[in-house]
Design a protein around this ligand. Structure first.
Ligand code: PLP
Length: 379
């Protein structure tokens, strides 16, 4: 029989720009006197960048290509923080030539590269902040202890660089506001030691880590400010504060529409296979050992519910999104499944592994999309 399959409908990530704007307003209101630099790595969609830029947000970059995207929307490189502690020399040179002047580092090797490719640049030493585990741990790779940071800053001065600030990142999706306390104490220690050498810092970078709401409630942002402001107040002298939120600005604005491509019963458990999985949009499922619980709902919306393992389209057995999720009991191929809080670290990680497409991104305004507050919670 001559049969043509229906063209597959691509998965889609809808970003509610009004929600992004609201998240930015909430963060800036609740973190007064802190310069907010959006960590664009988590979703560099040009409409998000343009919106945040129009609202007065600054940016944080990890690469020269990220800077190009910012220049394209009219952002001023002089307001950009270059916070990747280890950068290819060519990226340093390009960023410096474009007007970026503040660079993170945590090694002598990086200082040598900075002195050569960005002579006279301001440098921000990255401190380790590994004490507390976050929802999506991103720490462990970067950062040094206080004494090493002091030695590195003095080494920076010897190379003609400007010892300018200290930075840390408590880990992404940090649900414990007091996680900022110990790193801020370490910043204070570094500042005191450097003051004895006649080196005075200008900035502390509080990093990212502010959480988004998935299925579990998050502490109020005011609790974060309480911990941070107390830590800032105890520094030996006042410095400007910056932060680099990613997830907290865009995650809740995103809703991923996926399609069920098949269902199965294996070992008595029901499986729902979607056209999106770990490799084409939901990499954080893998990074968190399937512990990141996106709020889910489905187009069938049946009163009868059942529990499913929600998995991706590839034949890689690691490609599972969440275990034990409640969905319509009569869910079948062709139905849609919606994942909330999908605006951060999703499409930007997507590959075409096994030939499956990344979601198409569509930004909307003035349309209330279902957010994590009204999506079905699957605990
Ligand atoms: C240097 C730096 N700043 C900020 C962020 C953003 O973190 P989050 O999305 O948790 O706010 C990251 C994320 O990995 C980062 O590496």
């Amino acid at each position: 029989m001559d049969r043509r399959d229906d063209p597959p409908s691509a998965p889609e990530l809808v970003i509610d720009l009004d929600n992004v704007a609201e998240a930015y307003r909430s963060l800036t209101t609740n973190l007064p006197a802190v310069n907010v630099h959006y960590a664009m790595k988590c979703n560099p969609h040009p409409e998000i960048l343009a919106l945040l830029h129009a609202l007065g947000c600054r940016f944080e970059i990890a690469s020269a290509a990220e800077l190009d995207a910012l220049v394209a929307i009219g952002a001023d490189p002089a307001q950009v923080l270059s916070s990747n502690p280890v950068k290819p020399p060519a990226h340093i040179a390009r960023q410096h030539a474009a007007g970026v002047w503040r660079f993170a580092f945590d090694s002598e090797d990086e200082l040598d590269k900075l002195a050569a490719a960005a002579p006279g640049a301001a440098v921000v030493v990255r401190l380790a902040a590994h004490q507390i585990r976050s929802g999506v741990p991103s720490e462990g790779k970067f950062g040094v202890d206080g004494d090493t940071a002091v030695a590195l800053m003095l080494a920076a001065r010897e190379r003609g660089l400007h010892p300018y600030g200290a930075a840390f990142h408590v880990g992404s999706q940090m649900l414990l506001p007091h996680a900022w306390r110990a790193p801020l104490r370490a910043v204070g220690y570094v500042m005191s030691k450097l003051a004895a050498e006649d080196v005075f810092l200008h900035m502390v970078n509080l990093g990212g880590g502010f959480p988004a709401r998935y299925t579990a409630k998050t502490p109020p942002i005011a609790d974060y400010w309480a911990a941070i402001s107390a830590g800032l107040a105890q520094l030996p002298y006042p410095v400007a504060a910056a932060c680099e939120p990613g997830r907290a600005l865009v995650a809740e604005a995103g809703r991923l529409r996926a399609t069920v491509i098949g269902t199965a019963v294996r070992g008595g458990r029901r499986w729902a296979h979607l056209d999106v999985g770990a490799f084409n949009g939901l990499m954080e499922s893998l990074e968190t050992g399937n512990q990141l619980r996106f709020p889910v709902s489905d187009s069938r919306g049946s009163a009868a519910r059942d529990r499913f393992h929600l998995t991706g389209p590839t034949c890689d057995s690691q490609d599972t999104i969440m275990f034990d999720v409640e969905l319509s009991a009569d869910l079948r191929t062709g139905d849609e499944v919606y994942l909330g809080t999908a605006g951060a670290y999703t499409t930007v990680y997507a590959s075409r592994f096994n030939g499956f497409d990344a979601p198409v991104v569509r930004c909307v305004t003035g349309v209330a999309i279902e957010t994590s507050d009204d999506a079905a919670y699957c605990g």
